[in-house]
Design a protein around this ligand. Structure first.
Ligand code: ATP
Ligand code: MG
Length: 300
């Protein structure tokens, strides 16, 4: 069996280096590689995400109404609430995915000081700063494992093979997938199990070294061991990256988040944010009776 530092990768056919080397160097090289145009707000690494009076609707249906929420920089904010209350819709508003699904976003969304829906903002440039992990794993089916990981980097204009190799390997390590895939990087991604595919998608999101990571129930397809690894990863990343984590698992929210935003469905079936605050406070002494009923499992 090959040792980690003896592995030959499919991108460059060069020997790979130790994890620590790769991690430290890839971060430095990534910064070197990014032209100012790629980073509209270069001082804002791990920028806060702010929603001010945001409503999202699909045709006549209002999914979620009047959400004002700050996701502090370099912290984990968990979005919890029953099915259909608008958690995914809120997440997708942050990187402008509703531009493609017919959803209408009203109000203001900010990434740091940047008005996400401002007239000069190009969604592709915005998304080069924001990684997203979807509810269901969605690797590109025609691409190899490694090409999936580096696809976002390529899209962002990184073509240096050495850099792609280093950043891709670092992302696979960070997603706790390296040991599983290191000997089959050229194989089609769809040959991985569902849980492995989800970790591949996490690696793909991490590879671009995002300032913000939007994670929509990232562990719903994972077993407890893989879930624990992803939770470790989330904790490890917080402090560097701003993370919005949608989860139905209150224990997970309690374990990994700094803040919790509780969404519920109003009487008119429109989603609303009923409470937000530090995780311990919201779970231990919620201000809103509906929050208490939800987080203790009495409704929802
Ligand atoms: N593209 C779309 N077109 C029409 N309606 C949509 C669309 N996306 C979401 N909705 C509607 O918006 C509401 C909120 O959906 P959303 O997916 O945001 O909920 P959620 O809180 O993420 O639910 P879940 O926990 O089940 O994932 C639902 O009523 C849903 O049917
Ligand atoms: Mg959802």
């Amino acid at each position: 069996m090959k040792r980690h530092d003896e592995v030959t990768d499919p991108v460059s056919n060069h020997q790979t280096d130790s994890h620590a080397d790769v991690e430290s160097r890839s971060g430095r090289l990534a910064k070197e590689s990014k032209a100012p145009a790629d980073r509209p707000d270069p001082g804002a690494h791990g920028a806060a995400v702010t929603l001010e009076d945001v409503s999202i609707s699909f045709g006549d249906h209002i999914a979620v109404r009047n959400v004002t929420l700050q996701m502090p920089a370099r912290q984990v904010t968990a979005l919890v609430g029953p099915s259909g209350c608008g958690k995914t819709s809120v997440l997708r508003a942050v990187n402008r995915l509703h531009d493609h699904t017919g959803g209408a976003v009203r109000g203001t969304v900010r990434l740091g000081s940047l008005d996400v829906y401002g007239p000069d903002v190009q969604p592709e440039v915005l998304r080069s700063r924001i990684g997203m992990v979807f509810q269901r794993p969605n690797p590109f089916p025609t691409m190899s494992i490694f090409d999936n990981v580096i696809s976002g980097l390529r899209f962002n204009g990184v073509h240096n093979k050495r850099l792609l190799r280093e950043m891709g390997i670092a992302a696979l390590h960070n997603a706790a997938l390296w040991d599983i895939v290191k000997d089959r990087l050229s194989q089609p991604a769809v040959r991985l199990s569902g849980g492995q595919q989800q970790r591949l998608c996490i690696a793909r999101a991490l590879a671009i070294e995002p300032e913000v990571l939007l994670m929509d129930e990232p562990c719903s397809a994972l077993d407890p061991v893989a879930t624990a690894k992803i939770e470790d990863l989330i904790r490890h990343l917080s402090g560097e990256v701003t993370i919005a984590l949608v989860t139905h698992n209150m224990f997970q929210a309690a374990r990994v988040s700094d803040n919790v935003a509780v969404f519920l469905l109003g009487d008119d079936r429109v989603g609303e944010l009923v409470e937000v605050g530090p995780t311990d406070r919201v779970f231990d002494t919620p201000n809103d009776a509906r929050t208490k009923a939800y987080v203790t499992g009495h409704v929802g």
